[in-house]
Design a protein around this ligand. Structure first.
Ligand SMILES: Cc1cc2nc3c(=O)[nH]c(=O)nc-3n(C[C@H](O)[C@H](O)[C@H](O)COP(=O)(O)OP(=O)(O)OC[C@H]3O[C@@H](n4cnc5c(N)ncnc54)[C@H](O)[C@@H]3O)c2cc1C
Length: 596
C-alpha cells in the first residue's frame, strides 16, 4: 500500500527561510497571513490530504470515471470528499473576500496544491480547473458576470473548465473552428466541439461553467481572432439556482493512461448560450491569465507527484532486504541488508529528493513573486515581480513536470518488479505524471516560450530579474569559506548558462531554427541552475541554523548533504547540456524528411 505524509517541516523551512513569511504578511491585504495562521492552515490542509484525499487515490485509479447517458459519475468517495473540501472553504482559500474567498496569499494556496497533487492528482483537477476559471473571470469578466458567477466558483458549488482544444488543434489554437454568433440579446450562441476537456462533465457540483475559446463571425484569422466566452451547463435562474439546460453536452469520456478519476470529456456545444469575457478577438489574452496560473499549477502537480514518489521509494528501500552492503554487513540479524545501503539505490533516492526539495524552494519563491506582483504597494516592484514570474513560468511548468515523471519512474525502479505491479501503487504515479508534461502547453512548447518570447522580451529585461540576483548571491557566497564547495559548481554552471544564452541570442537572431533546436536543452540548463541557486540559499540557511544551535539539527544536516549531492552529482549535467546546445540545429535538420 502506498504511503503519504505532507512534508510540513520542509514546507515550513521554505516558507520561513527561503521566502520569509514576515515579508508576505507585510504585503497590503495579507496582514492576517501571520506565520501562526499559515502554519495552522497548512496543518489542516495536510490532514485533509492525508486522511480524505489520499485514501481515494488508488481506488479512484482502479475504478475510473463512468459515462452513462451523457452523464459522468466520479469514482466512489469523490463526491463526499469534494463536499468535505468545499464545506471547509478550501476552494476559496486564495480568492477575493469580495466574492466569499478567504484572501490568503497565493503562495499558501500553492503549497496546499502540492499536498493535494501528492495525495490525489485526479481529485485536484476539479478544484484546480475551477480556480483557473475564477482567475480568468476575475480579471477579464464584466462586473455583472463576476457578481453572478464568482461566488459560486469560490464556494465550490459550481465548477469551471477550460475549453481550448479541438480535434484538429491543440498547440496551434489559431486554427480553432468553434463559432460564436451574437444572439441579439447581449449574449452569443456557441457551436463547436472541444476535446480533452478536464472536468467537462462530472457529478461533484450542481453546475459547470465552461470558459470556451471561439470565433466571432468577423474574426480575423489566427490567434488574433479568438474570443473567450462563459458558457454554463445550466442557465442560472434569477435567484442563482441552476435553471434550464444549456446547449452543451458531454459526448464521451476518454479511456486514458493516467489521472483516471479525472474526467476527460468531449464537449459538444450546439447553439449554447454564452457571454463574452473580455473584449472581442482578445480571448487569448484572457485565456493566458488562466493558462499562466494553470502552468504554474501543473508544475506543482509535478512537484506533488515527485514528493509522493520519493516518500514511497524511501519507505520501500528501508524495508526491502536484498544483498549485502559492499562495505560490510549492515543488518547482521537479518537475512540481507535493506536496499537503502546500496550506492545505486541511494543515487536514485537522492536524485528524487534533491530535485523535489529544490523544486519546492524554487516554486515557493515564484509563488511569492505572484503575491508581490499583485499586492505590493510600489508599482515598479509589482512589475519586476510579475516579470520574474513570467520568466519562471515555463521553467516551473516543464522542469517540475519532468522531475515529477522522473521521480515516479525512480520510485518504480527502487521497487523493482513490485513497482510494476498495480497494487504497490507507484506505477500509478508514472502514468499520472506523464500527462503533466503534455497539457497546458507541452514541455517542448514551454521551452520555445522561454527562448522565443521570454529571452528576447524587452531586450533581455526579464532575464535580468534572474541573472542579477543569482550573480549577486554567487559573488556573496564566494566570500564565505563554508559555502565554497557549494558555490563553485554553481558559479561554473551559471557561466555555462550565460554562455548558452549569448549563443542562442546570437545564432537565433540569424536563424530561428537554431533557437528552436536549442530550446529544450536550454530550459533544462536554466532550470538546473535555478535549482542550484535554491540549494545555495538553503545550504546557507541550514548552516546558519546549525551554527546558532536552533531547530532540528538532523533536518539541517540532511539539507546540507542533499545540497552536496545536488551540486556534485546533478548540477554538472549543465556541461553536457551546453555541449548539446552548442552543436546547433544542423544535426537535427540535416536528415531529409523522406528519410525518417
Ligand atoms: C488528460 C488530458 C487533459 C486535458 N485537459 C484539457 C483541458 O482541460 N482543456 C483543454 O483545452 N485541453 C486539454 N487537454 C489538451 C492538451 O492541452 C493538449 O493535448 C496539448 O496542448 C497538446 O496538444 P495536442 O494534443 O493537439 O498536440 P499537438 O499540438 O498536435 O502536438 C504534438 C507534438 O508536436 C509538438 N509541437 C506542436 N507544435 C509545435 C511547434 N510549433 N513547435 C515545436 N513542436 C510542436 C508538441 O510539443 C507535441 O510534442 C488535455 C489533454 C489530455 C490528454
Amino acid at each position: 500500500m502506498p504511503i503519504y505524509k505532507a512534508p510540513l517541516e520542509d514546507v515550513r523551512f521554505v516558507l520561513d527561510e527561503i521566502v520569509g513569511l514576515d515579508k508576505l504578511s507585510a504585503l497590503p491585504g495579507y496582514e492576517d497571513a501571520t506565520p501562526e495562521l499559515v502554519g495552522q492552515v497548512l496543518e489542516e490542509g495536510a490532514k485533509l490530504c492525508e486522511e480524505v484525499l489520499f485514501p481515494l487515490n488508488q481506488s479512484g485509479d482502479g475504478e475510473g470515471c463512468h459515462f452513462e447517458n451523457g452523464e459522468v459519475r466520479t469514482p466512489k468517495g469523490f463526491k463526499e470528499a469534494y463536499s468535505t473540501y468545499i464545506e471547509a472553504g478550501w476552494q476559496g482559500l486564495a480568492c477575493d473576500p469580495a466574492y466569499g474567498g478567504q484572501g490568503l496569499p497565493k503562495l499558501v494556496n500553492i503549497m496546499l496544491e502540492e499536498f493535494i497533487c501528492s495525495a490525489n492528482l485526479s481529485f485536484g483537477m476539479y478544484p484546480g480547473l475551477s480556480l483557473g476559471a475564477y482567475n480568468a473571470l476575475a480579471m477579464y469578466g464584466s462586473d455583472e458576470l463576476k457578481q453572478r458567477f464568482l461566488p459560486k466558483l469560490v464556494d465550490g458549488t459550481w465548477s469551471g473548465t477550460m475549453c481550448l482544444t479541438e480535434p484538429h488543434c491543440g498547440t496551434d489554437l489559431g486554427i480553432i473552428r468553434t463559432k460564436a454568433v451574437p444572439d441579439g440579446q447581449g449574449g452569443y450562441k456557441i457551436t463547436g466541439t472541444k476535446i480533452f476537456i478536464s472536468a467537462g462533465e462530472h457529478d461533484l457540483t450542481e453546475n459547470i461553467l465552461h470558459l470556451v475559446l471561439a470565433r466571432l463571425p468577423d474574426a480575423p484569422a489566427g490567434t488574433r481572432g479568438i474570443s473567450l466566452f462563459l458558457v454554463p451547463k445550466f442557465m442560472p435562474n434569477a435567484d442563482g439556482t441552476p435553471g434550464a439546460r444549456n446547449g452543451v453536452a458531454c459526448g464521451s469520456i476518454e479511456h486514458k493512461m493516467g489521472i483516471k478519476a479525472s474526467s476527460t470529456c468531449v464537449m459538444n456545444f450546439e447553439d449554447a448560450t454564452g457571454w463574452l469575457v473580455g473584449e472581442p478577438h482578445k480571448g487569448m489574452r484572457a485565456m493566458f491569465v488562466m493558462m499562466n496560473a494553470a502552468r504554474l499549477a501543473v508544475g506543482i502537480q509535478g512537484l506533488g507527484l515527485a514528493e509522493v514518489s520519493y516518500q514511497n521509494a524511501v519507505n520501500y528501500a528501508r524495508e526491502r532486504l536484498q544483498g549485502r552492503s559492499l562495505s560490510g554487513v549492515k543488518a547482521p540479524d537479518k537475512p540481507a541488508d535493506p536496499i537503502i545501503v546500496h550506492p545505486d539505490v541511494r543515487k536514485n533516492l537522492l536524485t528524487a529528493r534533491a530535485f523535489t526539495e529544490g523544486a519546492r524552494a524554487l516554486g515557493a519563491l515564484t509563488a511569492y513573486h505572484l503575491d508581490v506582483a499583485e499586492k505590493h504597494a510600489d508599482a515598479r516592484t509589482r512589475r519586476d515581480a510579475d516579470e520574474f514570474v513570467q520568466l519562471m513560468t515555463p521553467i516551473v511548468k516543464a522542469l517540475f513536470t519532468d522531475i515529477g515523471f522522473d521521480s515516479a519512474n525512480i520510485a518504480v525502479q527502487v521497487h523493482g518488479g513490485h513497482g510494476f505491479i498495480w497494487e504497490t501503487g507507484v506505477e500509478q504515479y508514472v502514468r499520472d505524471a506523464r500527462i503533466c508534461q503534455i497539457y497546458e502547453g507541452t514541455n517542448g512548447i514551454q521551452a520555445l516560450d522561454l527562448v522565443g518570447r521570454k529571452l528576447p522580451q524587452d531586450m533581455g529585461r526579464l532575464l535580468r530579474h534572474f541573472f542579477h540576483p543569482v550573480g549577486r548571491d554567487i559573488e556573496a557566497a564566494m566570500e564565505k569559506d563554508e559555502l565554497g564547495e557549494f558555490v563553485m559548481p554553481l558559479a561554473k554552471a551559471f557561466a555555462k548558462l550565460q554562455q548558452a544564452t549569448a549563443l542562442i541570442a546570437q545564432k537565433g537572431l540569424k536563424d530561428p531554427e537554431e533557437a528552436g533546436a536549442a530550446a529544450s536543452d536550454y530550459l533544462r540548463l536554466f532550470g538546473l541552475v535555478a535549482l542550484g541557486w535554491s540549494w545555495l540559499t538553503m545550504v546557507e540557511k541550514a548552516q546558519a541554523k546549525l551554527a546558532a544551535g536552533e531547530g532540528n539539527a538532523a533536518f539541517y544536516e540532511a539539507k546540507i548533504k542533499t545540497a552536496r549531492f545536488y551540486m556534485t552529482k546533478l548540477l554538472p549535467q549543465t556541461n553536457s547540456l551546453f555541449i548539446t546546445i552548442a552543436a546547433g540545429a544542423k544535426p537535427l535538420m540535416d536528415l531529409e524528411e523522406a528519410a525518417f
